[in-house]
Design a protein around this ligand. Structure first.
Ligand code: UD2
Ligand code: MN
Length: 561
């Protein structure tokens, strides 16, 4: 193995050195000239014994299979649903340490990671989280983390009113989960200040934030930590899987996408880039995080001054931190081999805590501090934001100055370069795919195998018809969302039809390569391009032509669920 030298500027940040300042338990080096020897040996971190015992588990919800309540068990169903927004009665029936399915890309199983990884503090804010979903979060983290990497789990109780949140929780943790402790905030502080309170208590090299209704999947930690060990100014997000709110089934939401937003600040996703699809198990750059689940070095988090403390209750903090990371010298990645399940609730069960439009105010703060002239795109959709008083922003603006952070224009042009400025539309006619076909989208029209695919008017909110959601996967095929049908061209002739065929993942007739620059969808080995006749709403492939206006395609953003 090769030894590399790493030199940390520990004079400046002695308390935030990324690794504990010692090697193999020896006495810490003097912080002034700490030179850390890092062995770049890589190892297989997977816990094969646990994988094997987990594979044998049987019972409700085991292996992430959908579970159900029997008719005699539905007594508390309604009551618990109402206060949680998910089937909490069913959660109580499922083991806290249940086995989840290994749905990682097969290549993840062969991956090795640095032997020498930083330690972790996991921080989980919660407000009135249901007992068993909260404990399942903590249990899965402890169960699936190498013990010497996991220093602590801090549950931050944001002034919950449910009875177990105080002493019963503390007692349970003391008796069952020695690494997990709860801190109880004296007033409702919102998730942002709750995360900050947890981060201030945390002592490990890396902070990992999770929502209070999550489950860590197999070997989730090393893929999150390695990019940070290599460069401490890196934030890494896991893939977020779906724990279905009704059945607790554990499944993937898709095969990965780059995080983004529309100009009403709804979280949206952009397609992976061609180079990302080339390496499906490698971390890829993502413009913004979903918000709840990410790893960041403690040192970098505090260099960025954590979150803006003026952000209240819920919302907008994911944009604040993402913009800050990119604009102020960091980078953000999604790591496909790290997966964490999350319950996307059916509805939000919490009443507004009497704080008015806190989301609008949060958005205004983020826009004013970080988005420069691009803030107007937000205000165009939501003119009333301009009338909200954002409060004192001097601290945030001073930070931006002090860290010499880049302009938002840089972020838009270099990181979120494919985020359309016209999304969502202001005028109905604004909405479209491709320059020459401003109102037409590829539409598989609920057709079946072997049937030809065409174009139809893009679906707007008022016209809910058509089937226009596709996924470009790492197989480089284009799948109809939610089905295993792919866009397929078998005819080698000019203007060959595009038809639906079961996805085979073998490239060939189903191989599509998106050229970001030219906005072409190139098909198969013989390099034809996706083309159309807007008049006849026909779709076909033809030889690629730089001057054609009917060969330029754009992805509209795709909704999260
Ligand atoms: C998403 C994020 C969430 C956060 C939010 C925007 C994911 C999976 N989830 O919404 O983390 O970024 O967008 O702000 O990316 N909580 C408190 N105090 C409060 C309200 C919430 O502690 O006043 C806790 C809550 O118990 C949970 C976490 O904060 O653990 C996130 O809240 P959520 O689950 O309601 O947010 P979600 O998933 O809808
Ligand atoms: Mn959540």
């Amino acid at each position: 193995t090769v030894l590399v030298f790493r030199i940390f500027k520990s004079k400046q940040y002695p308390q935030h050195s990324i690794f504990d300042n010692r090697i193999n338990g020896q006495e810490p080096l003097a912080p002034e000239d700490a030179i850390l020897l890092v062995d770049n040996e890589k190892i297989d971190w997977q816990d094969y014994e646990q994988i094997k015992t987990d594979s044998l588990r049987k019972g409700p919800g085991e292996q992430g299979k959908p579970a159900f309540l029997s008719s005699s068990e539905t007594k508390n169903y309604d009551k618990l649903y109402k206060v949680n927004g998910f089937n909490a009665a069913l959660s109580d029936k499922i083991a806290l340490d249940r086995a989840v399915p290994d749905i990682r890309h097969p290549g993840c199983k062969d991956k090795k990671y640095l032997k020498n990884l930083p330690t972790v503090s996991v921080i989980v804010p919660f407000h009135n989280e249901h007992w068993t979903t909260l404990l399942r979060t903590a249990t899965s983290v402890v169960k699936r983390s190498p013990p010497h990497l996991l220093k602590e789990v801090i549950l931050v109780d944001d002034f919950s009113t449910k009875e177990f949140s105080k002493k019963p929780l503390d007692d349970y943790l003391a008796a069952n989960l020695s690494k997990v402790r709860a801190i109880h905030l004296p007033e409702r502080s919102g998730l942002i200040r709750a995360r900050l309170a947890g981060a201030r208590e945390a002592t490990a090299d890396v902070l990992i934030f999770l929502d209070s209704h999550t489950e860590a999947n197999i070997n989730w930690l090393p893929p999150l930590l390695e990019p940070i060990a290599q460069d401490y100014r890196t934030c890494v997000c896991p893939f977020i899987d779906v724990i279905q709110y009704e059945t607790f089934e554990y499944r993937a939401q898709d095969e990965g996408a780059r995080g983004a937003f529309d100009w009403e600040f709804f979280y949206k996703r952009l397609p992976l880039l061609p180079e990302d699809l080339q390496h499906p198990t490698e971390p890829f750059k993502s413009p913004v995080m979903a918000g709840g689940l990410f790893a960041i070095s403690r040192k970098f988090f505090w260099e960025l001054d954590g979150y803006d403390e003026g952000l209240d209750i819920w919302g907008g903090e994911q944009y604040e931190l993402s913009f800050k990371i990119w604009q102020c010298g960091g980078q953000m990645y999604d790591a496909p081999c790290s997966r964490v399940g999350h319950i996307y609730r059916k509805f939000a069960p919490f009443p507004n805590p009497g704080k008015g439009d806190f989301v609008g105010r949060n958005y205004r703060r983020v826009a004013e501090v970080w988005m420069d002239e691009y803030a107007q795109y937000l205000y165009m959709r939501r003119p009333h934001y301009k009338n909200i008083d954002p409060g004192d922003l001097s601290k945030q603006k001073a930070l931006r100055e002090r860290l010499h952070c880049k302009p938002f224009k840089w972020f838009m042009e270099n990181i979120a370069f494919d985020l359309p400025l016209k999304y969502p539309p202001i005028e109905p006619g604004d909405f479209g795919v491709g320059e020459a076909t401003p109102e037409l989208c590829v539409d598989s029209g609920f057709k079946e195998r072997d049937q030809v695919v065409g174009l139809s008017e893009c679906i707007s909110d008022t016209k809910k018809k058509g089937e226009q959601n596709f996924t470009l996967t790492w197989h480089k095929d284009l799948r109809v969302k939610g089905k295993s049908l792919c866009l397929d061209v078998s005819d080698p002739n000019d203007k060959a039809d595009v038809a639906l065929y079961p996805c085979h993942g073998m490239k060939g007739n189903q191989y599509w390569k998106y050229d970001v620059e030219k906005q072409w969808f190139k098909h198969g080995g013989n390099s034809r391009c996706l083309d159309c006749d807007p008049g006849q709403k026909r779709l076909y492939v033809r030889s690629c032509d730089e001057s054609s206006r009917t060969q330029k395609w754009r992805f509209e953003n795709v909704n999260l669920t």
